[in-house]
Design a protein around this ligand. Structure first.
Ligand SMILES: O=C(O)[C@@](O)(COP(=O)(O)O)[C@H](O)[C@H](O)COP(=O)(O)O
Ligand SMILES: [Mg+2]
Length: 420
């Protein structure tokens, strides 16, 4: 009787087809399990197999994956090695990220056959990649919304994160925008609470935005956090468009990729850009040998279509993050004509860190500073001026110290926080 067992899911002579999705995993085989056996179980359980031998016969299309490469065939207990698995296109539902993840990042992350397993990287075939909308604007937001091409766009989150009244929040926005910041950004845990309701915040902040635009002559915008249950979130997206804002902010991990796909479709109709915050990403990517890497999370975010994505500070800021430079490069690389994504550097940044940061990330980025602006000894407006002066110094090719001669705000920031 024809049937399938774990052994059918490994073939080290297999050459992936162009239409295959190829995934790299780092695995630590469980005690008494050799690498090949562990690899075959990863391929099996993430495609169409299970622990028992299964009869197949008539009316069955084999969608089994193949473990086709193993870095190190023998590893000591607790050690890890990298394997690669090829998945046939037919296994997946085009355009459904939840379905794809149910395969490549599903039950296998809990299998006893491995002590740990991490989805490191994916090579997306054209058919599958282009079944997603991709970003509407990507890094073109810099030019299209702000008319900027030679410097990073600057964003700030009012701090304290929550608790400011709507009026205070909007006023902080005005002070930051007139100080030289391009974008006001809500914090991830500010949504529609009584002390600062969503719609009031939207209307009042945009009113201050308009004032700041009139005074500075520069386009300004607002990353308002629409994150909520999907239907409610779509309602908020409609409100944002109705009030004349250019962006929505979505926390993509906490609300889930299906919801992000729904927001992307709505933003296509409304011409809105999507700023992706990634709270909870560390639950997936912090431990080096388990979970899903930030590289893969960033790939998913680009496919489902966010325009801006937090990717870390190249190790300079307050939060642990992996491979900012490598991830940013992938977000810019060609991907079958899909738009790129603008990386966002955020988390513990201040003007003194700008030269090292931009040396690592380049200037085609968004730089966000919350504490690094609102913690400035002379307040938000001066904090914003200091950050703007720092990025202008970089664009002009001069040192922070020279720029500080003409910018007291920057001089004060450097006094306070230094340049490291
Ligand atoms: O709440 C915060 O910590 C921030 O608002 C930064 O504030 P500060 O500028 O005051 O540090 C952002 O949410 C983090 O940067 C997100 O992390 P990541 O960018 O790594 O996703
Ligand atoms: Mg935050």
């Amino acid at each position: 009787m024809a049937g399938i067992t774990y052994e059918d899911f490994i073939d080290l002579s297999y050459e992936p087809a162009d239409s295959d999705l190829v995934c790299a995993f780092r695995i630590a085989p469980a005690e008494g399990m050799d690498v090949a056996d562990a690899a075959s179980r990863v391929a099996s359980e993430s495609s169409n197999g299970t622990w028992a031998a299964l009869p197949t016969g008539e009316g069955f299309t084999d969608m089994g994956a193949t473990a086709f490469a193993i870095d190190d065939g023998e590893v000591a207990a607790g050690e890890t090695t990298e394997i690669r698995v090829a998945y046939p296109a037919g296994l997946f539902e085009p355009g459904s990220m939840p379905q794809i993840l149910s395969c490549i990042a599903g039950n296998i992350l809990g299998m006893k056959a491995v002590d740990s397993i991490r989805l490191l990287d994916c090579e997306w075939p054209e058919g599958l990649a282009t079944s997603f909308m991709g970003p509407q604007f990507g890094s073109d937001v810099r030019e299209e919304i702000f008319g900027v091409s030679d410097r990073p766009i600057l964003a700030t989150v009012p701090k304290p994160k929550v608790g400011l009244s709507t009026e205070r929040h909007a006023q902080v926005g005005y002070e930051a925008w007139t100080g030289g910041v391009d974008l006001l950004k809500d914090d991830e845990n500010l949504t529609d609470q009584d002390f600062n309701p969503f719609h009031d915040r939207l209307v009042e902040s945009l009113a201050q935005r308009d004032r700041a635009e009139d005074e500075t002559g520069e386009p300004k915008s607002y990353l308002i956090n629409v994150t909520a249950g999907t239907n409610e979130m779509l309602e908020r997206v409609d409100q944002v468009a109705a009030e004349g804002c250019e962006y929505v902010m979505v926390d993509v991990i906490t609300c889930g990729w299906a919801a992000v796909q729904a927001v992307r479709e709505r933003c296509e109709e409304l011409g809105l850009a999507i700023h992706a915050h990634r709270a909870m990403h560390a639950a997936f990517d912090r431990l080096p040998h388990h979970g899903v890497s930030m590289r893969v999370l960033a790939q998913i975010a680009r496919l489902v279509g966010v325009d801006q994505l937090h990717t870390g500070t190249a190790g300079l800021g307050k939060l642990a993050n992996e491979d900012t430079v490598g991830i940013n490069a992938w977000l810019r690389d060609d991907l079958y004509g899909l738009s790129d994504v603008l990386p966002v550097a955020s988390g513990g940044l201040h003007p003194g860190l700008v030269p090292d940061l931009l040396d690592a990330t380049g200037t085609n980025v968004c730089v966000q500073a919350g504490g690094g602006i609102h913690g400035h000894p002379d307040g938000t407006h001066e904090g914003a001026k200091a950050l703007r002066a720092a990025v202008e110094a970089y664009a002009e090719g001069i040192s922070l110290e020279s720029k500080a001669d003409e910018s007291p705000a920057l001089a004060t920031a450097i006094d306070k926080w230094g340049t490291e």
